[in-house]
Design a protein. Structure first.
Length: 537
C-alpha cells in the first residue's frame, strides 16, 4: 500500500464501490475494507432497490410514501432528488453487470414491501445485495486505478485545522495480520463503513457493523444526527443456537401473515395496512404481543402461498430455513425483531459532503435526511447508489480545484504498548455488556428510567474501554470496541434528548408526537471529550 492516493474509500459496500467506479477516471483510488471485501451490509440485503419503473407508479407517489414513513423528519428536497435519480441508478447498475430478476414479459420484476403504495422494489430474487456486490467488485477489480486492500481497519481519520476549518487528509490504518500501522493520506476521503447493528444483542447486520465511520467522524469533529432512530427489522429467524437470519419484508409483500403462537393474525389490531404496515409499527406490534403473551417468538405464515412461487421468489430464504429444519411452504417461521438499520449518522448534504472539508459520507454511515425518523423499505440501497454518484461528482470538482493544505504533522494516534499483553477477556466482556445494555435499555420500546440507567452505565464502560485502548496493544477487537462504545453513547444521548415518540423512537413516558417542540433533527457535536447538542439549522 502506498502512503498517498487521490481518493480514499473506507468501506466496500454498494456506496463505497459505486463511488470508486465514478472517481477512478480522475485519479488513484484506494478502498480500505475490514476483513474480506464481500463482508458488508450490502451483501446481506435481500429485498431490493425501491424505484419508479412501472407506468402505474410515479415519483410523487414514491415521495409521498417516503414522507409518511419518515414521520415528519424527511428532508423533502433530498428525498425528491434521490427518488428522481432512481431509474438511472438501476440502468447504471445493469450496465455494470447486475442481473435483476425479470418478469414474464422480460421487464423488471417488481416486489412490494411495507409502506409502499405500489410494487416498485427491483430485486435479484432474494439476494439483491449479493448480486450488486458481485458486479461492483468485479468492475472495481478490473479498473487499473482502483486498489482494494482487505483486512485493513481504519483507526481514526487524519483530521487537522487550517484557518478555522477542519480538514480530512486520509486515515490511519492498521492490519492486524502483519501488524502494519500506516498513515495513508488522500486528497479526498469517503466514509462508507455501514451501520451500527453490532451495538445490539440481536441484529441482522454482519459482524463488521460496529459503527466505525460514525465514531471516527464524530471524534474528528463532524456533527452526527438522529441516532435515536434505529430501525429494528420485524422478522428475523429465531432459533436457539443459530445466528440471526433476516426474513425479508418482501415475504409479507407476497402475502405472508404474522401470527401469534395460538394462530391469531394480529396486525389488523395495529394498522390499516395490516402486515404491510411500516417497519416501526410491525416491530412494536410484535414486541407488544410477545410481552402480552410471554412467548419468545411470533410466527410468519406462508402456507397459503403456492409452494412453487415461494421457492422461486425466495430461494435463499427457503434454503436457509430448510437447513434449519423448517419447510416454509408447510411450516410457520418463528421470528423476532432485530436491530437492522441506522436512519441517522454523520450529517451531510445531498452531495454526501460532511462539515469536515474533503470528507464525504455515503450509505448507512451518513445522514442526508432521506429517511427521517423511519426508513421506507428498500430506500437504503437507492440512497446509497444515488448519493455515491452525487458525492463522486462533487468530489471530482473538489479534487480538480487542488490539493488541500498539508497537515502540520502526521502521528499515528495509538502510542503502542508492547509491554502490555492484550487480554481478550476484557474486550469480549465489555462488548457483550454494551450489546446487552443497548438491547435491554435502548431497544424497540424505551423509557426515561431505562435511558438514565443506560447513560450512567455506558459512561463507565466508555471510560474503561478508552483507557484499555490506549494502554494495551492495538488489535482489531479493541478498535471495534472503542467505536461501539462511542456509538452507544451517542445513541443514548440522542434518545434521551428527544422527549416525544416519533417513528422508530418510542418512549413510554412521552408516548405522543410533539411537532411543536421536536419537528427537527437531533444533532450532536464533540467539544473536548463531551457530547454537545447542536441545532442542525
Amino acid at each position: 500500500m502506498n502512503d498517498y492516493y487521490d481518493f480514499m474509500i473506507i468501506g466496500s459496500g454498494i456506496a463505497g464501490l459505486s463511488y470508486a467506479l465514478h472517481v477512478a477516471e480522475h485519479g488513484t483510488v484506494v478502498v480500505i475494507t475490514k476483513k474480506q471485501a464481500t463482508e458488508s451490509s450490502t451483501n446481506y440485503a435481500q429485498g431490493g432497490i425501491a424505484t419508479v419503473v412501472s407506468s402505474e407508479d410515479s415519483f410523487a407517489a414514491h415521495l409521498k410514501d417516503t414522507l409518511i414513513a419518515g414521520a415528519g423528519l424527511v428532508h423533502k428536497h433530498v428525498a425528491e432528488k434521490i427518488i428522481k435519480t432512481g431509474p438511472s441508478c438501476i440502468k447504471e447498475l445493469m450496465d455494470i453487470g447486475v442481473e435483476f430478476t425479470a418478469n414474464k414479459n422480460h421487464g423488471l420484476s417488481l416486489g412490494r414491501e411495507g409502506g409502499h403504495s405500489y410494487n416498485r422494489v427491483v430485486h435479484a430474487e432474494d439476494l439483491t445485495g449479493r448480486e450488486i456486490e458481485r458486479a461492483l467488485l468485479e468492475a472495481c477489480r478490473q479498473h487499473k486505478n482502483i486498489s482494494i486492500f482487505a483486512n485493513y481497519i481504519a483507526v481514526d481519520l487524519i483530521a487537522y485545522r487550517n484557518r478555522n476549518k477542519i480538514y480530512c487528509g486520509g486515515a490511519y490504518v492498521f492490519n492486524p495480520q502483519n501488524q502494519i500501522r500506516m498513515a495513508v493520506r488522500s486528497a479526498v476521503t469517503l466514509l462508507a463503513t455501514g451501520g451500527i447493528g453490532q451495538v445490539y444483542r440481536y441484529t441482522t447486520n454482519p459482524p463488521i457493523a460496529t459503527g466505525d465511520g460514525i465514531a471516527m467522524a464524530f471524534r474528528a469533529g463532524a456533527p452526527v444526527a438522529n441516532l435515536e432512530f434505529v430501525q429494528f427489522h420485524p422478522t428475523t429467524l429465531s432459533l436457539p443456537g443459530r445466528r440471526t437470519f433476516l426474513i425479508s419484508e418482501a415475504v409479507r409483500g407476497e402475502g405472508a401473515i404474522l401470527r401469534t403462537a395460538d394462530g391469531e393474525a394480529f396486525m389488523e389490531k395495529y394498522h390499516p395496512q395490516k402486515d404491510l404496515a411500516p417497519r416501526d409499527i410491525v416491530a412494536r406490534a410484535i414486541d407488544s404481543e410477545l410481552k402480552r403473551s410471554g412467548e419468545e417468538t411470533a410466527f410468519l405464515d406462508l402456507r397459503h402461498i403456492p409452494a412453487d412461487h415461494v421457492k422461486k421468489r425466495f430461494p435463499n430464504i427457503y434454503i436457509n430455513c430448510l437447513e434449519a429444519g423448517i419447510d416454509i411452504t408447510r411450516e410457520l417461521i418463528p421470528v423476532v425483531p432485530a436491530a437492522h438499520y441506522m436512519c441517522g449518522g454523520v450529517v451531510t448534504d445531498v452531495n454526501g459532503r460532511s462539515k469536515i472539508e474533503r470528507l464525504y459520507v455515503c450509505g448507512e454511515t451518513g445522514c442526508t435526511g432521506m429517511h427521517g425518523a423511519n426508513r421506507l423499505a428498500s430506500n437504503s440501497l437507492l440512497e446509497a447508489v444515488a448519493i455515491s454518484r452525487f458525492a463522486a461528482e462533487h468530489s471530482i470538482k473538489t479534487f480538480a480545484a487542488g490539493k488541500p493544505p498539508k497537515p502540520p504533522s502526521i502521528k499515528f494516534p495509538h502510542p503502542g504498548a508492547p509491554d502490555r499483553a492484550f487480554e481478550q477477556v476484557f474486550v469480549s466482556h465489555d462488548r457483550r455488556e454494551i450489546k446487552d445494555l443497548m438491547w435491554d435499555h435502548v431497544g424497540i420500546v424505551r423509557s426515561r428510567y431505562r435511558l438514565d440507567e443506560a447513560a450512567e452505565r455506558i459512561a463507565l464502560i466508555h471510560n474503561s474501554v478508552d483507557r484499555f485502548f490506549f494502554t494495551h496493544q492495538l488489535t482489531y477487537a479493541s478498535i471495534e470496541l472503542r467505536n461501539m462504545a462511542t456509538v452507544a453513547c451517542l445513541i443514548i444521548e440522542s434518545a434521551s434528548r428527544r422527549k416525544e415518540s416519533r417513528g422508530l423512537h418510542y418512549n413510554v413516558d412521552f408516548p405522543d408526537t410533539d411537532d411543536e417542540q421536536w419537528l427537527r433533527d437531533t444533532v450532536f457535536i464533540r467539544k473536548g471529550n463531551s457530547i454537545w447538542p447542536e441545532d442542525m439549522n
